[in-house]
Design a protein. Structure first.
Lengths: 440, 440, 440
């Protein structure tokens, strides 16, 4: 009975048309062109490498896409157990007409060829969006992205700010900021002004969020203009060799300034807390980052208190931080739980973390899921995974354990999947509904 | 089959008459007078505030109880998913004759009126205790509570010591201590003597425990009288502005002294570990506290070793500390697991934490649950929630996974719910059985 | 249906013949001689003590084995709920013909007598191995163990290195090293040479792993020979009273040197991370250790990067570290997840930790389980416990949740239980198959 119940709830949730509130899609090239773009996703390269495939076989320069796929497919055997492998199979089944459980050296070429053919169709990206029941996806844009050449109501801009906060000591970053804002930056005043111009540009192009990923030891605090000026001069002079105290002060100053502009522009500030970059130095591209799970949201106490008008959708990298996230979202009006990030984006952690949030965080303050994808083809299997887990938790913990009606459980699921994305990010008003006209 | 099994085990557990070993009940005013006392519970005010209700609408001075309820009810929609909301509904159904799943702007007034009527009955508190199958509840008494005017075998005193350990630098606290003990406190000797008098007073009034809540960074250690004297003089002179080292030394001295008196009076010392007070400065009353989950019981190593004769029922605020608690109770004879506290008092965490304890801590060393309630009406729904989870864990993990008989599983549940409360706190000998005469 | 499915998967897994990759078996005395050896396992003594049995009743010198059992049996009532107690019962049922659920003061003597009789049989150890479906077990050998007098393909040596890394300041340890390597050790050069000789000895006797347990604050890093020399001279002169910085430098030097020899000899280096020794000073033998769960694998970042050719099977003491272990094994090619250690070796933690690993770590990089046993009789019940949980996770999370075939799920289970032990530790080629000839 519980299995049938889960299936019914899943079917209802899977019928919804959604907005994906965080991806790394390139709006000018959103979908894959060959299966190599699919298998080039860091999950496959890093897991293949982790299970023994040499990095240079994966990252050989000018490698032919088909040869890259041949090599990777040959090394996916050891990762067939992973949930990431299941995304690949479900994608192939739903989008490429594959009919099987495993893609191996025996059967991969047909998949490759079908992919090449379908992905060459001019409306492939729209086909994928439609099949995935996604009407829009949020982007992750560099601060100097011109945000031109695409429909910002389908590909919704989001201002990514890691470079501004942590890498302003690199001359290239400073130069990019000067060029993007058409001004020379020589002090705190001009820096603040430049950041303001970036916000204006993003706001004018329908940006719906500001976002940043943060290392475990970051603990934001305000910095006076005087202290920031000293820090800025040191960092601009000495670059990444400036004293840590100066680099930290400048990071704090920029971060706090971003929050001020988020307040002014009424933009939610996505905080993605907990990543250490480059831990495995010889890892494949995007497969080098890990974390120290000893992080606490108490580090953000001052921030959450200082900006009551800024909504902070918070993602945490480690499941052990999820209870703190649950508790902080339960107490702070401006803290919202946001999806299941990266190393916590696997079923066991999602199930545990989701169940905890559903019981104690107001239902209006939970963003259920985002795909974090780089290519559109992954929206479908990643959201499907989440919806299955959501259906399981709703069935077991609400219908069975708490005696809820099925209808009420589905309504709660819908809120996490769709309604809250609209309300938290103030989007969805001008939706891409023509994409789904045929279905409607 | 598993569902029916859970129901049968729950029914057996729900038939037991219990003692609630930790509440914040005011013995002189134990039950609610109107529904505003119910909805004034911080869970509802903080969750309503978290989901958007302005604090001043909740905490307006001299607010009429009915108007307060009208306002809160109108803002509970976003928290209908929470387990805390389910406590409210179950309480209304069981104690107020409400028949429905949601209390909204449409139907709340009848509930309000019924509540006002029933709560005005002279034996309402006893009715609630009887319906809740609670024969006695532990209190949380200030050190200067006269403990008079109530039956200490129904409302069992417990000496709460946060003020003594952490706030002795406040002149009001010192004055209260001097008045309560009728002596001037000017040094370590008189302070120890005063604390001894407090213990004697509490012991003479049937106190069954000493208790304290502790911040995550507290790590108790003994302090010599000489060092304590220096610290005390500094703190008494400079108050809360005294150097942190002095304040910390005095806290440690008082804490250690409390443990010594617990040994002398054979009182268990409830440690509630991990709370940071006032994290959300603008939160509603009792809705400002959070935590840093980076705490370890290794901080209590010296204490547990130094007082082998004192039983420490330990509660931890974060579920990530539960495995340490389980392990420390498995090794240290004087460490007992105690309930599921505050931010860990939601089903997902209770289920995980309870299951872990049941497998590895001697069954005699686990206090299953306490309600932590401020008004008697919450004992029923909170204990019911726990008993449902306990029945689930016993059914799934003992009867199904380990092949236990149903009878044996129920016996284990009974031990956690009732027997251990009696044995650990040495209570239950003179029980309030006349309350249940009619039922018996 | 799910229950029957679990049973079928369990039956398939339970039919496998395994190698136990970590135990504390004494190869010259591998099995128990009386029931006192069974009940002398620290789990029973420490849990009995924790629930009230005085230490001196357990550890009285020259205590008769039967009297020891009589005393312990009388005190096991409070621990009948624990999973450790279930190991005892399952062992007695499967190996001693006991037929019941509880062994108490009423029925223990028959069990004792049967045990004495059976354990006296000359082939008892082989009987136990056969009944347990274990063809070989790894040992935990002191660095100066002669490794003689046993079949190293059944009792596979493993070089335990805690003494070398942490206790070289004790003159007895230094003397043992000098004797074992037949050389005087007076500096870094001779120390490195001695360690090399130890490795050669172990390698010549079929050692398949090097192993160490590590405290939570250990963070290995390379130390120059010059710095190591200074540290070594200080530690050799002042022993355990040497400055912490010197002791730490020497520990780091020895640890790093061990990793270098592991690389040279292609030996996996088992890291068992997180234990604090002697936390409960008055605890029973082997019942004094606990932990601080605030540990991170980021502490091992430099090590994992520096030794890409050394496989590190990693065990973590606390379940809260399991997600980091999962993530590090997902990224680092040389990190392998290894079993469920000590305080995490109980069903709730195993289930959660195992499920997380199965979803995200390449299936070739997971060592499912080791028994950690001191006497052979515990292999059977401990592996059974694990296999039941593995069957549950495979049934619920792979067959039901992910639609896998039963056959595929069993194959994954087999890989964790058997195949990976062979491939990671390069063993199993010369197996003890004659032990199972009768069954085959």
């Amino acid at each position: 009975m519980s299995d049938a119940l889960r299936q019914r709830i899943f079917a209802e949730l899977d019928a919804l048309i959604l907005i994906d509130p965080h991806t790394h899609i390139n709006a000018l090239d959103p979908a894959s062109r060959t299966l190599a773009d699919v298998l080039g996703y860091h999950y496959y390269t890093e897991l293949a490498h982790s299970s023994g495939m040499p990095k240079d076989q994966i990252e050989q320069p000018d490698l032919d896409p088909k040869e890259k796929c041949a090599r990777l497919i040959a090394r996916l055997g050891p990762i067939q157990n992973t949930i990431q492998y299941s995304w690949f199979i479900e994608m192939a089944r739903e989008l490429l007409g594959f009919d099987g459980d495993l893609i191996t050296e025996e059967n991969w070429e047909a998949v490759y060829d079908t992919a090449t053919e379908r992905m060459a169709q001019v409306d492939w990206a729209d086909q994928v969006l439609r099949a995935s029941k996604l009407e829009a996806v949020f982007l992750t844009n560099d601060f100097d992205d011109p945000l031109e050449g695409f429909d910002t109501h389908v590909y919704i801009p989001c201002l990514r700010t890691d470079d501004l906060v942590f890498h302003l000591g690199r001359s290239t970053v400073r130069q990019r900021l000067e060029q993007a804002t058409d001004r020379s930056i020589d002090g705190v005043g001009t820096l603040r002004d430049a950041i303001g111009r970036i916000f204006e540009h993003f706001a004018s192009r329908n940006a719906r969020a500001c976002a940043i990923s943060l290392p475990p030891d970051f603990a934001p605090q305000p910095v006076s203009d005087g202290r920031a000026e000293t820090a800025l001069q040191s960092v601009f002079t000495q670059g990444m060799d400036a004293a840590p105290s100066h680099r930290q002060a400048l990071s704090n100053f920029v971060f706090w300034t971003l929050a001020e502009f988020c307040a002014e522009h009424r933009l939610p500030f996505d905080l993605m807390i907990g990543v250490n970059r480059g831990v495995y130095a010889d890892g494949v591209f995007q497969g080098q980052d890990l974390y120290d799970s000893r992080v606490s949201l108490i580090q953000y106490q001052q921030l959450f208190n200082a900006f009551p008008k800024v909504t902070f959708p918070v993602s945490v990298l480690a499941s052990v931080t999820n209870q703190e996230l649950t508790s902080y979202a339960w107490i702070f009006p401006n803290v919202v739980t946001n999806g299941h990030w990266w190393y916590s984006n696997t079923p066991t952690f999602i199930e545990h973390d989701l169940a905890a949030r559903l019981e104690a965080v107001p239902e209006t303050k939970q963003i259920g899921y985002y795909s974090d994808m780089y290519k559109l083809e992954f929206g479908l299997p990643k959201f499907r995974m989440y919806k299955r887990i959501l259906a399981k938790v709703l069935a077991e913990r609400f219908v069975v354990d708490r005696g809820w009606s099925e209808q009420r459980a589905v309504a709660l699921g819908k809120r996490l999947l769709r309604t809250n994305v609209e309300s938290v990010f103030d989007c969805g008003g001008e939706t891409n509904i023509e994409l789904f006209d045929a279905d409607a």
